[in-house]
Ligand binder design. Sequence first.
Ligand code: OFO
Length: 183
Amino acid sequence: MDTNRLSEKMLAALNSQVTKEAHAAQIYISYASWANDQGYDGIANFLFRHAQEERNHMMKILEYILQRGAKPKIEAIPAPDADPANVNDCFEKVYKQEIDNTRAIYNIVNLSMEEKDWATWNFMQWFVKEQVEEETLAMNLLDKIKVAGGKDAKSDALYMLDKDLEGAPDDAKLAQDVTATNP
Ligand code: OFO
């Protein structure tokens, strides 16, 4: 008896998102390796931690496919792009990566609406919220490097930024968690 509850198209979309999350993890470990090699251990630490989050995202989708009675197809992970040119470029690349991922998540949500696959729609809402957080985190990085001087940031500002990111929280505060006394 066939127990698969995902359409062929949905299974393909979720499968490709599994690969995309694994690719995101590879991208983050490649940027982290670059940062560490440049002497930015704090930035590297932050990016290595973020790579683990992407692996967790991959596992969530993989588990969902299995729970819907379908079989995930594990595919090759594309190589990450070239190393960033500097810290500013690194943070811009992180931001673009997250925007690109949000687009992919929204495509799956759109498909779930088209198919009236409410189970997948409901499951994907976790990712919609997570992407708001991830984009906020990436925007915060861009704010930090802007304050430090952008692509012309001097070594003392980059030193402070590196120290700051070593202990930076992995999650950004979401608008819905804000109150007047806790802005
Ligand atoms: Fe950086 O996000 Fe996964 O989904």
